[in-house]
Design a protein around this ligand. Structure first.
Ligand SMILES: Cc1ncc(COP(=O)(O)O)c(C=O)c1O
Length: 404
């Protein structure tokens, strides 16, 4: 080897576990522009007068800035107008601005006071802890639908009909580009879930954080859960956030629900009334971003970067006979790999991968509910959003070598 050539520095560990966006995917330039507009240093079509900054340095409106809610509603409607649903409309009065999905879940625990919630297994590994820290019992879900991913709804129906499981107060799902599996519930499964929930009076909490981070081609995307016709006595609530489609540091998200009493209860929470809305300044920044064409070009570039990474990984993994991808995602951050012909249990496999290849992945079972039926094999989750592409692909090469 020519010692004059610089050797690329590969850290000893390649962390494919961390679910954060790469720095290059963060909206540095759009935010700089938004700060300029906010501070009156740059005029814009949406803010033709020098600055209305004092308004947003003051207390805000309980449900979210009156100037932001209609912009947010139009954004949701425009971004989902091609989805499959009876009506993808979104009205500002169905929205409540929060600091993101995690905060929305915390608020829902306070308001709904569910005694029990059923989660998919596997599910977002930090969601259960939000419910548990609010004293909510996690119910044992039926087995996973191995073919489609997510909850086996036929089995859930059978178990509810025969009273084989207690009726949970709520079901929490990640219906689009699921974390960790990458699966998306079809329209018919969404409808079935809403029907079942309605029959048994179960609240559906849909964490749609990856709904808009989606680059599917061909068949249109199923509608957000709140747009699927639901009726009393059940409640369907869609949660979303700018975390994955713009910036986690902004801490800005929303609850969407057609049930006004629920939104009024949130609005009347003591701390919301006391602090006057959740994030007036950040919401104003986001309003500026959305109304000055600073959002769409950024999201388009993030999606194309993520798609490129995912396509490269899928191509590489397709040549590894011992790795399969049960639910190839069409968006999101994560890929769920099934490992075949491995010796040892999951913990041993994950440890060996780290010890011998320096590659850190999330063990499949750490996304599972302790009371759920075990997974039908050994699975790991990798994040394709965090590392630089070179390092990411080096990690994938090492995984493929290790399991070949
Ligand atoms: C499924 C899912 N829900 C929620 C979150 C956290 O969302 P937020 O940052 O809006 O609280 C994540 C982050 O990884 C996630 O994957």
């Amino acid at each position: 080897m020519d010692s004059s050539l610089p050797t690329p520095s590969i850290p000893s560990k390649i962390n494919l576990l961390k679910g954060h966006p790469n720095d290059l995917m963060l909206p540095e330039e759009p935010m700089k522009e938004a700060f300029k507009i906010l501070s009156g240093q740059s005029l814009s079509p949406s803010s033709p007068s020098p600055s209305n900054l004092p308004t947003y340095l003051n207390y805000g409106d309980e449900r979210g800035n009156a100037s932001f809610l209609p912009i947010l509603a139009s954004f949701i409607e425009d971004s989902t107008k091609a989805d499959v649903s009876d009506s993808n409309g979104c009205s500002p009065d169905t929205l409540f601005v929060t600091q993101g999905i995690s905060h929305s879940l915390e608020i829902l625990c306070r308001i709904l006071k569910p005694s029990s919630v059923m989660l998919e297994s596997p599910s977002y590994f930090l969601a259960a802890s939000i419910f548990l820290s609010n004293g909510v019992t996690i119910c044992s879900p039926p087995p996973m639908d191995v073919v489609n991913g997510g909850i086996d709804l036929d089995e859930l129906e059978r178990m509810l009909e025969k009273s084989l499981v207690p009726v949970p107060s709520a079901i929490y799902i990640i219906p689009t580009n699921n974390n960790p599996t990458g699966m998306t519930y079809s329209s018919s499964r969404r409808e079935k879930l809403v029907r079942l929930a309605s029959t048994y009076g179960i609240t559906v909490i849909a964490d749609e954080v990856y709904h808009l981070l989606d680059w599917r081609e061909g068949a249109p995307r199923p509608g957000r859960m709140v747009s699927i016709a639901g009726a009393e006595p059940s409640l369907t609530i869609s949660l979303n956030s700018f975390t994955k489609i713009f910036s986690p540091g902004l801490r800005l998200g929303w609850i969407e629900c057609k049930h006004q009493p629920l939104l009024s209860k949130i609005e009347n929470l003591g701390y919301i009334r006391s602090q006057g809305g959740v994030a007036p300044l950040n919401a104003e920044l986001m309003r500026i971003v959305l109304t000055n064409d600073l959002f769409s070009p950024h999201l388009a570039s993030v999606k194309s970067a993520l798609k490129l990474r995912l396509d490269m990984i899928l191509e590489k993994v397709a040549s590894c006979p011992n790795i399969t991808v049960p639910y190839p995602p069409t968006g999101g951050y994560f890929l769920w790999l099934k490992l075949l012909n491995v010796t040892g249990d999951e913990a041993a496999v994950v440890r060996a991968l780290e010890d011998s290849q320096g590659v850190i992945v999330l063990a499949g079972s750490s996304c599972c509910q302790p009371s759920a039926p075990p997974l039908d094999g050994i699975f790991v989750r990798i994040c394709f959003a965090c590392l630089d592409t070179g390092l990411l692909m080096e990690g994938i090469d090492r995984i493929c070598d290790f399991f070949s």
